[in-house]
Write a protein that binds this ligand. Structure first.
Ligand SMILES: [Zn+2]
Length: 287
């Protein structure tokens, strides 16, 4: 008999996940959040805690790049995830390690004070990093960090500190990728815990006059029973729980040592492994 292959599922036995990541905390996030609520979607917002309330204009963009005010952060982003993006948005690959550590830790602390929640995620300003940056993030207790490199696939990262998104919302392949994602066969061994991950900045919708583009994506991707609409942090936390499962030597027992319920397809059935629980597969006859 071949070795049994268990297939992890997302919460409630869902087979796919869709997530969004938006940077800088600009005022256009307000309208974006209205759209998220309208379509029942989730997202992560990567904020620079030292730049709230600032009026910003740049020569390379035609529109306002002003930031939301500190006083509105808790309520505006409350139903979503707030994640770090450094205090002042430096190029982390070009500043001393100590300065990078301050930028990451101070930002995390201020965002935690404002939201009253733990901050576990991060997005690299300008998408840049070096080996020291990774050490800084680990030491700061950051669990995942997003780059700006498109994968054009739906695979989870090997290292969550280098989490490459599927694509930017202006990617010419956006809608094609959405169709591919919706058509994925969840029973294929190649498609274990597939995640469609889109990122960007919401001021870009004003700059490129294409709010209709993101709304078309939301219309297409929302409302599916089999898709988990999750924040980046929820996905990282859930996947870590899946990885933490412990098996008996003959694989007849699976123990969940975490505080998160894990769903798993085992022997063609959906097993639900609750926190602290060990399930026994009585019908399973060795390997
Ligand atoms: Zn940024």
């Amino acid at each position: 008999m071949p070795l049994r292959r268990d297939t992890p599922l997302f919460p409630q036995g869902k087979t796919k996940a869709f997530t969004l990541s938006y940077d800088d905390g600009v005022v256009q996030d307000r309208h974006f959040i209205e759209l998220l609520k309208k379509y029942g979607l989730q997202a992560t917002f990567n904020l620079n805690s030292g730049r709230f309330d600032s009026e910003e204009h740049y020569s390379h963009i035609r529109v306002n790049h002003s930031r939301v005010s500190k006083s509105e952060v808790k309520e505006l982003y409350g139903p979503f995830e707030v994640s770090g993006h450094t205090t002042s948005h430096p190029d982390l690959a070009r500043i001393p390690m100590g300065a990078a550590a301050w930028e990451v830790c101070e930002d995390k602390k201020v965002l935690e004070d404002i939201t009253g929640k733990l901050v576990s995620g991060f997005a690299y300003p300008f998408g840049t990093w070096n080996p020291e940056t990774l050490k800084v993030l680990e030491a700061a207790g950051i669990r995942y960090a997003r780059t700006v490199k498109s994968t054009h696939n739906f695979r989870l990262p090997e290292n969550f500190l280098l989490w490459d998104p599927c694509c930017h919302h202006d990617d010419p392949q956006l809608m094609e990728l959405a169709d591919k994602f919706l058509a994925l066969d969840p029973n294929s061994e190649k498609n274990v815990l597939p995640v469609f991950y889109v990122w960007g900045h919401t001021y870009e919708f004003d700059d490129h006059e294409n709010w209709d583009r993101i709304e078309s994506l939301f219309q297409k991707i929302s409302g599916y029973e089999e898709i988990w609409y999750a924040t980046n942090g929820q996905i990282e936390e859930y996947v870590s729980a899946v990885k933490a499962l412990r098996y008996s030597s003959d694989a007849s027992r699976i123990y969940n040592p975490t505080a998160i319920t894990v769903w798993m397809k085992v022997l063609e059935q959906t097993a639900v492994i609750r926190p602290g629980e060990t399930i026994c597969l009585e019908n399973y006859k060795g390997n």
